[in-house]
Each structure stands twice: as C-alpha cells, then as structure tokens.
Design a protein around this ligand. Structure first.
Ligand SMILES: *Cc1c(COP(=O)(O)O)cnc(C)c1O
Length: 376
C-alpha cells in the first residue's frame, strides 16, 4: 500500500525516494574514484523534480549539473543558494543568448564553430573569461563539432585562444550495448582529440558509459538515468536502488459476460465471465498507449493483466483471479514498484526507461520520501 498523503484525493500517486537517488549517486561516485561525478537533470530531472533532486545532490557534494535548455538552466540556478555549482546547458548557445548565460552563470556547451566565435567575442567585449564546454561529436552525429571542424579550429585557433574551455565532452551512441565496437571507436577518437587540449578536463560517459570500464571515466562522468534507478542495458541493476513507485486507484469494477469487449476499438474480447476494474491513469499520465493489451499491474503481490486499449485517463485490468470481497473501488493498484520496476515496464512498452520516466509527467500527485537530507 502506498503511504498516501491524506490531504490529497488523487487518482494516482508517484512516490519519489530521494534517499535512493542519493544512494545511486554515491554508488557511481565511489565507483569512479577520483573522477568527478556530475548529474544530468534535464527534463525536470527526468520528471523527478529538478529542484528537489538538485538540492539533495548538492548536499552530498555534487557540483556539476547538466540540463538541456536555457530555461531549465535558469530554473536550476535559482535552486542553489551558492553560486559555485556549475550548470551546463547541453543544447548550446542559441542566437542572442550570451547575456542570459552570463547573468545566470550558466556554462554553454559549444556545439559548432559559430557558437565558439560568439562566446569568444562576447567574452572579449565584456573582458571576462567565462567557462565553456566544447562538445566534440565522435560518432553520435547529433550535436557537437565534427572532427573536421575541430581540426580546422585547432589549425587556426584565433577564437579558441580567447575562450576559457573548461571541459571537452563527447557522447556515446551505444553505451548501453557494451559489446558494440562503436564504444571503443568513439573513445579512441575522443582520446586523440583530447591530446590537442592538454590542460582541459574531458568527459565522455553517461550512465551506461560508467559501467563500460574505467577507461571511459576520464575526468568526469555524466549519469542521468542510473541516478533515477534504472539498470537496463549495460548497467547492472542490482546495486542501484529503485527511486519511484506509482500507484493508482480503482475507480469502478464490473463483471463482463462472455463475448463482451473492453475499451476503445473493442480491441479485447473476454472469452468467459470476467471481472474488470477501471484504474485512474492513462496515456496523459505517461502510461504509454503502446502498453495496450500487453502490460501488467500488481495487487497484493498478484499479477493482473492490462486488457483493452490504454485511454487518456484510464486503463482496464482483469481482476477475475481476486475474490470479489478482497478488492474494491478506491483500492490502490501498483503500477510501478518492487514487483514491476521502471525497467520492467519500459521493456514491455518497447522503449527506454528514459522515455517512460520523463512521460510520467506532472498529473500524478508526487510524494517525496526521505527529503530530510535536502539543503534549504
Ligand atoms: C542525456 C545525456 C546524458 C545522460 O544520459 P543517461 O543515459 O540518462 O545517463 C549524458 N550526456 C549527454 C550529452 C546527454 O544528452
């Protein structure tokens, strides 16, 4: 049973255990030894609440944070009472954003030659030396300087000389597939590029990269999903602690007779008398529509199939195996928990835990547990 907040009557409750996030951070931090452990808090800390997560990690010594957008960076800056924490914005220096970066003490991740020039000119004009991160694309082909662009700049380093490059970084395409040769290739390209920046610290690994071995750790690792408890792909899930639990209420129960259908498109038909419960969450709450007719939920340890299509606000489940006096309207169904984790649900939905977690959204009533460690 969830520890329900008595003051709230909500369809569903998302429990977020802050101690588990801290445990996962410290586990990775210990694993990488002298390498710095940053934290990736983009998309509102993967839906967990960037402000709460940032304050908790700040308290245990994390001092570098990555977000995706400028807005996320501004919000995060407001969470910290001290100015020393570094906040890096992965999407880069958008046209005209120099002042915003500088006044909010955000570090731009420079993704192309234009951005390098702009940041260099801005620093020169202001007579400042604000830090930046140079993003080198080593094979992901998404963001960052291509290797050719990089060597062009190195040959003609006018702008580079004006810049305070604090870090170089790159991003792994196949970190979650430890045997893929792409990992070694990207590492080797990155290490070659690193030789051109002898006094600059380097970062390559996301969560999966942390578990590829020490050679991938370099000066800083950038875990995201592992902090939030996911151990899929190359990440061993055992030592990580689960962070979220999701419960939702039964809103109505009915008995269907043989041949009746359930939900939109009448996509599920019962082959015998079946007791069906309607539960108060749907795809608008992040319970993906692709889970229609193929997922499970749990009640008192029993596994119950999700039948029919997922609709915007509701799912329907088969509760026939539970005696009618043992389950009633208002009871809570475990959607994600000890029996069925975030990774289990992501596997069934044929997606990554990152997508599920960020989609869980804001409609659930969030309950934070173990927040006593959060700095005020
Ligand atoms: C999202 C992201 C990360 C974190 O990835 P996880 O798989 O969640 O650990 C690290 N680095 C970059 C550049 C990213 O975009």
């Amino acid at each position: 049973m969830p520890l329900v907040d008595n003051h709230r009557i909500s369809n569903s409750f998302l429990e977020i255990n802050i101690d588990s996030i801290i445990h996962n951070y410290q586990l990775i931090n210990n694993k990488v030894g002298n390498t710095e452990c940053a934290a990736v808090l983009k998309a509102d800390a993967y839906g967990m609440g960037a402000s709460v997560v940032a304050k908790a990690l700040d308290k245990v010594g994390c001092s570098t944070f990555f977000v995706a957008t400028i807005d996320e960076g501004i919000e995060l800056r407001a969470c910290f009472s001290k100015n020393e924490n570094q906040i890096a914005v992965l999407s880069g220096l958008l046209e005209g954003s120099e002042d915003i970066f500088y006044s909010n003490k955000l570090t731009p991740v420079l993704n192309d030659t234009e951005q390098i020039k702009k940041w260099a000119i801005y620093n020169k004009q202001k007579k400042i030396s604000a830090p930046s991160i140079l993003h080198i694309d080593t094979g992901m082909n998404r963001l960052g300087l291509t290797i050719n662009e990089l060597y062009d700049i190195i040959k003609n380093p006018t702008e580079l000389k004006e810049l305070h490059v604090e870090w170089i970084m790159s991003h792994l395409a196949c970190g979650d597939q430890p045997r893929d040769i792409m990992n070694e290739k990207q590492l080797s390209v990155f290490l070659n590029a690193k030789k051109e920046f002898p006094n600059v610290k380097a970062s390559l690994a996301n969560s999966a990269g942390v578990f590829l071995g020490q050679s991938y750790h370099l000066d800083m690792v950038r875990p995201g999903i592992a902090l939030y408890g996911s151990g899929s792909g190359s990440i061993p899930s055992k030592p990580l602690k689960q962070v979220i639990k999701l419960y939702s209420r039964i809103l109505q129960i009915r008995t269907l007779s043989t041949g009746a259908s359930v939900g939109y498109g009448a996509s599920y038909r019962v082959s015998e008398a079946t007791r069906v419960a309607t539960v108060g969450l749907g795809y608008a709450d992040g319970y993906l529509r692709s889970l229609s007719n193929c997922s499970w939920v749990f009640f008192n340890g029993l596994r119950l199939p999700v039948i029919g299509r997922i609709s915007m606000d509701y799912i329907t489940i088969d509760i026939t195996q539970i005696a009618s006096e043992k389950i009633k309207t208002g009871d809570f169904i475990e959607i994600i928990g000890d029996k069925f984790t975030l990774d289990d649900l992501a596997t069934v939905a044929n997606t990554v835990p990152h997508e599920l977690l960020t989609r869980l959204g804001t409609r659930h009533h969030r309950i934070y547990r173990n927040t006593n460690n959060i700095s005020k």
